[in-house]
Design a protein around this ligand. Structure first.
Ligand code: SF4
Ligand code: SF4
Length: 386
């Protein structure tokens, strides 16, 4: 097993485009920078876990770009590893939903000609781990069965957790609707929810060889993880530590003050802001920028304010197409479909809403907006987010 020392180095490499040559060169350089010898994966089971949150055109920057999935898979296939791609995005976790998701995200097409398997088996495995949030964790079977896990994440803003990157991506190891049950379990306590994602990472990286590779070529700012806008950074990051990779990602995106995982992993001794001693590859200062935060990101210091003070989700009936995706995935079942003048639209009853923002995350039509409340507005303005 490769050590998952929390202070593992992070490499950042320029990757100006999604062209195969750019992506391949950046990944190979980043892996070399962190001392990862891919040839050692020969004969091993490698499970690549991209971020395929929803069926989305790759150009919208919602999902890990298919070119990054392909080049990562190709590198391990050519090294002689047995490569599987596995992911459970939002919604159900069935062979059909997986197939549809791979296709819509361009992954099926990208893997053509490669000897890599797209997982369509909805089996899961329940693993024991002495976590902070729980002791039992149900995860996708291909991840549990792998020798090496590649956390192939995407750098984006996130309504609930401020930022999604390597740590949050592994929450996708939880199958389908179980994710929404987890949201319901932790209710309005966003930090407790985030600790669950950290625990999943701890479980998987302490029992497997673990590698995090981040698609930070075209990222997302604003109302991520699905309703924001693309933001060019032009980088690939890699680390054996998802926690350290998130620290570097927050540094380059200017999201350090609202990324909920950072204070939690720092407190647990898993990460620290990477200075020169932990950085490899190209100079980080060349990538630093400021992402627009999600409207609902309130930062760590405000995670425990009463629910009624937190930013409120609201469905814009003029945009809503009545698809029902938000209602069927709301952990509190507080969204109803209402028929009026021949049109069906979603309506949120705020009383029971736990402010998880899954409805906003899963709405492909950007019909769910989050209304900031004055305290979050002020926090955002003065940068008091942590
Ligand atoms: S708000 Fe979005 S997800 Fe919900 S029903 Fe309307 S279009 Fe569908
Ligand atoms: S209405 Fe939206 S934010 Fe509220 S609990 Fe349901 S999914 Fe979460």
């Amino acid at each position: 097993m490769v050590s998952s020392d929390s202070f593992q180095p992070v490499s950042i490499r320029k990757c100006p485009t999604y062209g195969a040559d750019d992506v391949s060169a950046a990944i190979m350089s980043a892996l070399s920078d962190i001392g990862c010898d891919v040839s050692l994966s020969k004969g091993k089971k490698v499970c690549i876990k991209p971020n395929l949150l929803m069926k989305s055109d790759p150009e919208k920057a919602v999902t890990t770009h298919p070119s990054v999935v392909r080049e990562t898979a190709r590198i391990f296939c050519e090294a002689g590893a047995f490569v599987t791609i596995a992911e459970s995005g939002g919604g159900s976790y069935t062979p059909e939903s997986m197939r549809n998701s791979y296709k819509a995200c361009g992954v099926t097409q990208a893997l053509s000609g490669l000897d890599a398997v797209l997982n369509e088996d909805p089996s899961t495995e329940t693993l024991s781990f002495d976590g902070v949030s729980s002791k039992l964790f149900e995860v996708l079977k291909p991840l549990a069965d792998a020798d090496i896990i590649v956390d192939l994440c995407k750098l984006k803003t996130h309504g609930l957790t401020g930022m999604t990157c390597a740590v949050k991506n592994m929450f996708g190891a939880v199958p389908g609707v179980k994710k929404f049950e987890t949201h319901a379990r932790y209710g309005r306590d966003a930090a407790a929810f985030m600790n669950y994602a950290v625990d999943i990472c701890r479980l998987l990286e302490s029992t497997h060889e673990f590698l995090a590779i981040c698609d930070a070529v075209e990222c997302m700012e604003g109302n991520g993880p699905s309703g924001g806008t693309p933001k060019h950074v032009g980088a690939i990051l890699a680390s054996r530590s998802p926690y350290m990779l998130d620290e570097a990602a927050a540094d380059i995106s200017g999201l350090s003050s609202c990324a909920l995982m950072l204070p939690l992993t720092e407190k647990r001794g898993l990460s620290k802001k990477p200075d020169g001693a932990y950085l490899r590859g190209d100079d980080i200062s060349g990538f630093r920028t400021q992402f627009r935060r999600a409207d609902s990101a309130v930062g760590f210091a405000l995670t425990n304010i009463p629910g009624f003070m937190k930013p409120r989700p609201h469905v814009d009936p003029s945009i809503c197409r009545g698809c029902g995706e938000c209602a069927s995935n709301c952990p509190e079942k507080t969204i109803t479909m209402v028929k009026k003048s021949g049109r069906t639209t979603a309506k949120i009853k705020l009383g029971r809403c736990i402010r998880c923002y899954c409805c906003q995350e899963l709405c492909r039509f950007k019909a769910v907006e989050v209304k900031r409340i004055p305290v979050a507005e002020l926090a955002n303005r003065i940068g008091f987010m942590r």
